[in-house]
Design a protein around this ligand. Structure first.
Ligand code: AKB
Length: 319
């Protein structure tokens, strides 16, 4: 078996930078190459890094060969809200880049690929509460369409070519180390930054909009747990439902108020409300819990405490 060498594409995003650090702790900095279309910033400057555009198929193949890559984590994508501003480009970027990675995995015989799906793959007629693993999927955003199509491509490459590709349907991911990245769930990131900076927040979703959410530490753990699981335990080859908590903006605001009593919130829903209304409110992730032992750690209160303490102690994240 070759030495594990990982290429992480989209390392500059919210999940990417934290997943890179998770991979460093398992495989060592020498064996992880983080990449993004932009120059490395922050913590990413401390490890191996390639500035690279995933739409350059030849460059991708060259990078894999030159560095003896055995696994790819492909996170680069346009998210739901940004995708709606340029649907054609969102389709091209999200789909073609996935196909390049799957082709590379097949042709260059990589051991494993990770690609994230999302609750955005569900739609308005999907059951909203405890959304099952297998159910109606009728996404309304171009981002969601790329996630549903991408899940099927992953399963196709697994069945047809034996590519060991694994995936999670992430809920809204909340972290404090990078700014929000153009998603509908990103109010739950921005609210913490504004709570510290301005003690007030104007929310683009209505007060009672429930969505499935997860703290970044749990998202990194879920991803690494899935990728480290023995192949025979990974029974779902489209993408696993994965959950941790479900809350609405009013609940985040009242939890923040426990730590910052003069914090206030107002509501001005925009086009993102319709996107949020088309998504599940909570997720049934019993398949992930059963197949490879998924367990989350953070609820709303623990997450809020952790984020606010960290933002106060490390003001560089607020810059
Ligand atoms: C988004 O809001 O677009 C993402 C997602 C749920 O995939 N955070």
């Amino acid at each position: 078996m070759k030495q594990t060498k990982i290429l992480l594409i989209g390392a500059g995003g919210q999940l990417g930078s934290e997943l890179t650090q998770g991979l460093w702790s398992i495989y060592g900095k020498d064996n992880v190459i983080a990449s993004d279309i932009k120059e490395a910033t922050g913590i990413l400057q401390e490890g191996r890094y390639e500035k690279f555009d995933v739409m350059q198929r030849d460059k991708l193949f060259e990078l894999i060969k030159k560095n003896d890559i055995t696994q790819i984590y492909h996170l680069a994508a346009l998210l739901s809200a940004t995708g709606e501003k340029d649907p054609r480009w969102a389709w091209k970027l999200n789909m073609e880049s996935l196909l390049f990675v799957l082709e590379a995995a097949h042709e260059l015989k990589l051991y494993k690929v990770y690609w994230p799906s999302s609750i955005a793959a569900f739609g308005p007629t999907t059951p909203k509460t405890n959304t099952p693993q297998d159910t109606i999927m009728d996404p309304t955003t171009v981002y969601g369409i790329t996630k549903l199509a991408g899940e099927l491509w992953c399963e196709y490459y697994f069945r047809r070519y034996g590519v060991d590709v694994r995936s999670l349907r992430y809920p809204g991911l909340i972290g404090y180390k990078t700014p929000p990245g153009g998603g509908t769930t990103d109010y739950a990131v921005d609210i913490y930054f504004k709570a510290i900076r301005e003690k007030k927040y104007e929310c683009f979703l209505a007060a009672d909009t429930y969505l499935p959410m997860m703290y970044m530490d749990d998202a990194v753990k879920a991803t690494l747990d899935l990728m480290e699981a023995p192949a025979e335990k990974v029974k779902v080859r489209t993408s696993y439902n994965i959950g941790a908590m479900s809350f609405c903006p009013a609940q985040v605001a009242s939890t923040i108020k426990k730590f910052i009593p003069d914090f206030s919130i107002s509501y001005k829903p925009d086009f993102r409300q319709a996107i949020a209304d088309s998504w599940p409110k909570s997720i049934d992730d019993s398949a992930a819990r059963h197949d490879w032992g998924w367990q989350h750690q953070f609820g709303l209160e623990e997450m809020t405490k952790d984020i606010l303490e960290n933002l106060q102690q490390h003001p560089q994240y607020l810059a």
